[in-house]
Design a protein around this ligand. Structure first.
Ligand code: FAD
Length: 464
């Protein structure tokens, strides 16, 4: 098979590349290879089974058309300060222009018009004042919140549009390797999922946009073909769940409070991430059976709780430089203690040095929205440095949101974000291998829907 552009991965980064090529009328033959299913066939059985079925050969939450975006909370962060490091590659104003342009496309496909967190009210000022006193920085980030249902509807429209415009999307197919000739990437090798048979697609432009899900695979490909990359940060943390009443002021004023701190004694960067007012804590499974915690919220269906991640960045140099492997070991150990499930512990128990028991959860004000999480002791698997960072950060946030450090606040673990293996890219998004480009979360340069989409737009503009 031959085409002009082959895109590995139909997540936001890959989708927006195809969209921009079409909008610019570049008349390219575009083939997308997607391991998962079309969006209408993506179903997480947990909705009915109430427990994670560990679907094989892949998890529907992260795999299929629109990638990790389909079951996401659909929070589009409209500031270039949030969602990744693209500004370090192309500059802040260029990134902001791409974000604004991508936002218009989201609106055209049906995104809600309302934007949260735009006003600088007395409440915002008070939250900022408290944050400063507690040694935290409050980042301004307007958010367009789609909600999980709306996000799926919107991506369904985009899927139909791409197909109508002649983009060939090969669902249920996995890219397993690159086709290389004299150090130039000439195409990709593709297997139907679960089959040993393969075929090759030749293209002058190969774009890898495989998301976090494809990060391990891409790391192997980088080693095999000497694609320049460096290990970046890995984020290790917990997902915190609190009653909406405690979070009310922040939820109403900002929807999402993006707080950053450098707590003593380690002074590592610790931040809040992905806040879901009235949301639900969820579980994601990686191919290697690792179960990690996440969170999302629906536009209509609301819980009594708000969840938010607290993440600490970790980096390594000598003699060990494999952050993904490090975080995976923490995840495996935590999963082992939870008998394959996510662990949950009350904050007060953590401080008292005791595990949480299931019966104690049942009599708490804060009832876990991840109903199959197992009560236990997260400190038995969390490295000391990460644990102290998290505890001291929670204590600081308590000054901004009184009650955040309450005894019944729930901490779920493992909350891991794998962004490492940052691919060396030129400002035209080309890797160190001619003909090979890399985008979105798998490139290590983005970690959110909007910045991944913006990077896709840029890719579309770059391809001649
Ligand atoms: C539960 C959840 C909630 C989230 N909520 C938000 C949010 O509210 N706001 C926000 O900004 N971000 C959120 N995120 C993060 C956001 O979804 C990602 O940053 C974004 O989807 C990254 O886009 P991407 O295109 O780079 O990769 P992805 O969306 O991960 O897409 C990559 C695609 O590539 C496919 N793929 C991987 N390897 C191969 C291969 N070898 N061959 C073929 N196909 C392959 C995968 O199946 C996948 O469909 C959330 C993520 C999750 C999991």
């Amino acid at each position: 098979m031959n085409c002009d552009v082959v895109i590995v991965g139909a997540g936001p980064a890959g989708i927006f590349t195809a969209l921009e090529l079409i909008r610019l009328k570049k008349r390219k033959k575009i083939v997308m290879i997607e391991k998962g299913s079309p969006i209408e066939n993506r179903h997480c059985p947990k909705m009915h089974a109430k427990t994670c079925m560990k679907c094989k050969p892949y998890c529907h939450i992260t795999t299929g058309f629109s990638g990790a975006g389909a079951f996401s909370d659909g929070k589009l962060s409209l500031s270039c300060e949030v969602g990744g490091d693209l500004p370090d590659l192309i500059g802040s104003s260029a990134t902001q222009e791409l974000i604004d342009y991508a936002d218009q496309i989201y609106l055209e496909f049906g995104a809600v018009r309302h934007v949260e967190g735009l006003e600088n009210t007395e409440q915002t000022k008070d939250i900022r004042r408290r944050a400063i006193k507690a040694g935290l920085k409050l980042i301004d980030c307007p958010i367009r919140h789609l909600g999980t249902e709306k996000a799926q509807e919107l991506y369904r429209h985009i899927q139909s549009y791409l197909i109508e415009q002649g983009v060939e999307i090969l669902f249920g197919n996995e890219c397993t390797n690159l086709v290389m000739e004299q150090n130039v990437c000439k195409g990709v090798r593709v297997h139907k999922v679960g089959s040993p048979d393969y075929f090759e697609i030749a293209a002058p432009a190969v774009i890898v946009a495989a998301g976090r899900r494809g990060a391990d695979w891409l790391e192997r490909i980088c080693e095999e073909h000497d694609i320049l990359h460096q290990s970046g940060n890995v984020d290790i943390g917990v997902r915190v769940e609190i009653r909406n009443e405690i979070m009310e002021k922040v939820n109403k004023t900002l929807y999402e409070s993006k707080l950053i701190g450098y707590p003593k004694p380690f002074k590592n960067k610790v931040r809040t991430f992905c806040q879901n007012p009235g949301g639900f804590v969820s579980q994601e499974n990686y191919d290697n059976n690792l179960a990690v915690v996440n969170g999302h919220s629906y536009k209509e269906m609301k819980s009594e709780n708000t969840n938010v991640a607290i993440l600490c960045s970790h980096n390594f140099s000598e003699p060990f430089n494999q952050p993904i492997a490090y975080a995976q070991k923490i995840g495996e150990l935590t999963n082992m203690l939870g008998n394959g499930h996510i662990l949950v512990q009350r904050y007060g128990d953590l401080l008292d040095g005791k595990r949480t028991w299931q019966k104690e959860l049942e009599r708490s004000n804060v009832r876990p929205t991840l109903t199959d999480a197992v009560a236990g002791d997260i400190s038995a698997a969390m490295p000391y440095r990460a644990m102290i960072n998290i505890i001291n950060f929670i204590e600081a946030v308590d000054h901004v949101v009184p009650g955040f450090a309450g005894a019944e606040t729930l901490l779920y673990s493992p909350e891991l974000k794998f962004y490492s293996n940052r691919i060396k890219l030129s400002d035209t998004l080309q890797t160190s291998i001619a003909g090979l480009y890399c985008l979105g979360d798998s490139s290590g340069w983005t970690r959110g829907l909007m910045m991944a989409s913006a990077m896709g737009i840029l890719m579309g503009r770059i391809l001649k």
